[in-house]
Design a protein around this ligand. Sequence first.
Ligand SMILES: [Zn+2]
Ligand SMILES: [Zn+2]
Length: 146
Amino acid sequence: MAMADSLNGRCLCGAVTIRVASHDARVGVCHCRMCRRWSGAVFAAFTAPASDVTVAGKVALYASSGFAERAFCPICGSHLWMRNTDDPAAEYDLMPGLFDATETWPLRSEIYADRAPAYLALAGDHARTTEADYEADEKSVQGDQT
Ligand SMILES: [Zn+2]
Ligand SMILES: [Zn+2]
């Protein structure tokens, strides 16, 4: 967990602001069908501990599975975060586009890398995990990709 200066982010309309006191300054991408559909193209996120995330403004939550929720601004629709709901202390997977400071961060990993669409061939030597390998490690997501 990289400890850096706190980050300040906001949605497109500004109704939701997010302050992050500590975070991992790298971005992970998921190409699973749920993330692709929710994001419209590519799901990218960075992690931060729940105790270090402060949210102001009204947020809409969508339970995308039995164990995770996805948050968005009910006014402008900006995606805000995804988070497991089975653990009150679960970290946040925050959308980097809300925070200008993330522009220089590296890509940490891609999961469901073999499911990436042709228009999202991401260059670099970051970690890549296939659908089969990811689901072998994360039993809870199996059968959740319909
Ligand atoms: Zn908004
Ligand atoms: Zn996903």
